[in-house]
Design a protein around this ligand. Sequence first.
Ligand code: NJP
Length: 233
Amino acid sequence: HNKVALITGASKGIGRAMSTLFAEKGATVYAVARSAALLKELADEANGKKGRILPAPCDVSDAEAVESLIGQVIREEEHIDVLINNAGLGHFGMIHELTEAQWDEMMNVNLKGVFLCTKYTAPHMIKRKSGHIINISSVAGTVTFPGGGGYCASKFGLMAFNDVLTQELKPHNVKVSVICPGSVQTHFSQGEPKDYALRPEEVAYMAYQMAAAPEHIIMNQLIMRPVVPQQLQ
Ligand code: NJP
């Protein structure tokens, strides 16, 4: 509570659920995504909650935009307690069928976006010797499958990034964690979401537990999957 959180990919799905939960718990949430209209709607919904949601329209793959947004947050709040790198997307198909644009989009958002938000936030956390960066990866960052060539590459890359960041920030008392969800009912997958899939609120709940853990506890990594009904196995 009374904490400042910057959550990317906040206009939909998991990021939206995390923004709502963190605001309910009293945090000031800078909600980052490209769709300004959806962010405004989300902020209005949070009216009357203990905390608040501030729309922060920004493309996380745009270095100038990210640098200027984080500068603005620091001017307004003086610090960022929690950064959640959640914005991400997947294009699925055989490697030789993926287009260059699909490949670039996944790398630009899932990897470069995480790099940029971290690059401009970490120095403030290091200076204050306090903070927490939570990366939303995927089970696709732990196991590969046909059709996941670009997506798995981006999420395995994110896992390596997360590992290095954990080691670099530990001496500065800044926590780094990663959540690897399986299938979640969001806009992420084309077609109808599977009804046994995780709900975005369930992932948000775990992210909140990580962020709100006592100072002396760090939850490094969480892999969470839905239990697939037996008749579908
Ligand atoms: O997806 P979705 P999820 N700059 O599509 C935003 C991982 N994951 O919540 O910019 C800034 O409902 C977009 O906003 P907008 C997944 O890899 C998921 O499921 O307005 N924001 C929207 O708010 C990802 O890392 C599943 O279009 C950008 C949000 O990202 C994370 O969970 C399984 C942006 C995406 O919302 C959240 O995905 C899994 C940009 N350039 C991992 N581009 C799953 N759902 O099954 C997109 O293992 N956004």
